[in-house]
Design a protein around this ligand. Structure first.
Ligand code: FAD
Length: 494
């Protein structure tokens, strides 16, 4: 309770004493894929670990957001997680069952010995002498403090770093606009085989022409998006009997402000309206979906990008195109530029980069279709200045350095997941589900090492960290370009 007292139109919240929930070696905030990876990695190193999540389950976008398509490198904890999902028939061709996924995450976190607190929102950071000492949480029991020697921010939005006063990057540099957000939805009663064998799937697989026709004929009030992003087949449900269940990435909100509760509310309402419109359009116009029905929408809005912490190294857009390697690489991503247009339909798979003072249009995977910028820019390079017939598709994965997980201006704090230190377009290429998990495993392992060695996380020796990650089965680039100064075979064989 606070007594009403106002100053300059603002309510005064006097300093209050807070009960302390507990003291931990490492506190992980946010239980999405990054937070899951971080918490399991830390706890397996024998640290007293706590994981705080504001939702009622783990997984973040990959479960409650219905992004049931865990892509990118499966190695270390991420490989183990997919194998556990396989055991319960919850994974098929990189499509997952969100419900079984929640259960597997619960089990793995509990088995690792993590203290888990759900339905608890981290609302402030506790800082002492330039180092994070804990966070303040709010839940049904009120406001409490949790103290920890190390904190890992896996909130997706870099909430803890922001509360602690770290400088953060946010949105597109030219105007601060964020990537489009999408509320995912599931449909049941789908005849998957009929759809797979349809002319539409063969001739217009991402529904571009179908959408144009539907808008022209009034079956869609406006092009919610100009193509179908993806459709996944939820495993473990009825199959090949006309009653399949699918998950869809098709809704699209523009001009998004994912750090404003007011705009999040607008997007949830818009997303549900779009799911209603789209499910009716699909039922009417898409072969195999004649008997389909809307099951649900995600309870977590699909926010692709919000805040990114300013770290020791800001992953650059050009690094991504060039598959730049780093001495301190802790994980890889095989994705391409994938920016969902902040103010229109569609996604952008090319980047505008100044190279040697010249504006270049860079694409990593191709130079036609959605890989090419609109407006007739015929000079597209692959990031090395090669254009025209000399253009080369990127063949090697991109690397993420440890320094992109270390905030520049705060000690005892690491970040992992989609809020890593990166330029806007670089983030658009390394935000996949398993990349976030792998970053989490790296941050967790680094936090544990820094505690054991009694040094600040930024001082962790990259070789010590890489050796630990290799021993845990992680992919740091050893399959592609080796790791400087480390005899990988020797490390892996022990
Ligand atoms: C629409 C959409 C489609 C996508 N498609 C694909 C795809 O096809 N394949 C793919 O691999 N990836 C895809 N992605 C990307 C991928 O899903 C995410 O980038 C990734 O899952 C992010 O993981 P994360 O742990 O960093 O963040 P999140 O999943 O956002 O997790 C953050 C967690 O922190 C919690 N949290 C936030 N703030 C607080 C707080 N203050 N206190 C406590 N808890 C908090 C949240 O509830 C959440 O559980 C897609 C993303 C979107 C949005």
């Amino acid at each position: 309770m606070i007594s009403l007292s106002m100053q300059n139109g603002q309510i005064i919240d006097p300093q209050r004493s807070l009960p302390c929930f507990g003291e931990f070696d490492v506190l992980v905030c946010g239980g999405g894929m990054a937070g899951f990876g971080a918490a399991v990695a830390v706890a397996r190193e024998g640290c007293k670990t706590m994981l705080v999540e504001r939702e009622s389950c783990l997984g973040g976008l990959a479960t409650v957001g219905l992004v049931n398509i865990p892509l990118d490198f499966a190695a270390g904890i991420s490989k183990e997680m997919l194998a556990r999902l396989d055991e319960v028939n919850g994974h098929w061709h990189r499509n997952s069952d969100p419900e079984k996924h929640k259960l597997i995450l619960d089990r793995m976190v509990v088995e690792a010995g993590v203290t888990l607190l759900l339905v608890s929102h981290a609302v402030d950071a506790i800082v002492e002498n330039g180092a994070v000492r804990g966070v303040v949480i709010e839940n049904k029991s009120g406001r409490q403090a949790i103290l920890a020697k190390r904190v890992i921010d896996c909130t997706g939005d870099a909430d803890i770093a922001f509360f602690a006063g770290c400088e953060c990057l946010s949105g597109r540099p030219s105007d601060g606009k964020h990537q489009a957000c999408s509320l995912e939805f599931r449909l049941g009663g789908v005849d998957w085989d009929a759809y797979q064998n349809s002319d539409l799937k063969k001739n217009d697989p991402t529904w571009i022409k179908l959408i144009e026709k539907a808008v022209a004929e009034g079956d869609l009030p406006y092009p919610i998006d100009n193509h179908l992003n993806w459709v996944t087949h939820v495993p473990g449900r009825p199959q090949h009997c006309g009653k399949d269940e699918i998950s869809m990435c098709f809704a699209h909100s523009r001009n998004c402000q994912p750090l404003s509760a007011k705009d999040l509310t607008r997007m949830y309402l818009e997303g549900r309206t779009q799911a209603d419109i789209l499910s009716k359009f699909i039922k009417k116009c898409v072969p195999g979906y004649e008997n389909s029905y809307l099951i649900d929408t995600g309870t977590l809005l699909g926010v692709r990008e919000s805040r990114r912490v300013l770290g020791e190294y800001v992953l650059k857009t050009i690094d991504f195109a060039r598959a730049q390697t780093f001495e301190d690489t802790v994980c890889l991503t095989g994705h391409h530029y994938d920016l969902h247009n902040p103010d229109g339909p569609g996604n952008i798979k090319w980047a505008e980069i100044q190279i040697d003072g010249k504006t270049c249009y860079v694409s990593t995977h191709g130079k036609t279709g959605s890989w090419a910028p609109p407006g007739g820019f015929d000079v597209i390079t692959d990031g090395f200045g090669r254009g025209g017939d000399a253009f080369q598709r990127k063949t090697l994965p991109s690397s993420i350095p440890y320094r992109s997980l270390v905030p520049q201006s705060m000690d005892n704090l690491l970040v992992a997941g989609r809020c890593l230190s990166s330029e806007f377009m670089a983030q658009a290429g390394c935000r996949l589900v398993l990349t976030c998990l792998n970053m989490g495993q790296a941050a967790g392992t680094a936090a544990a090492l820094s505690l054991k060695q009694q040094i600040a996380p930024r001082k962790v020796d990259r070789k010590d960290l890489q050796i630990k990650l290799l021993q845990a089965g992680c992919e740091l680039g050893q399959s592609y370009f080796g790791i400087p100064g480390i005899d990988v075979e020797k490390v892996v064989k022990g």
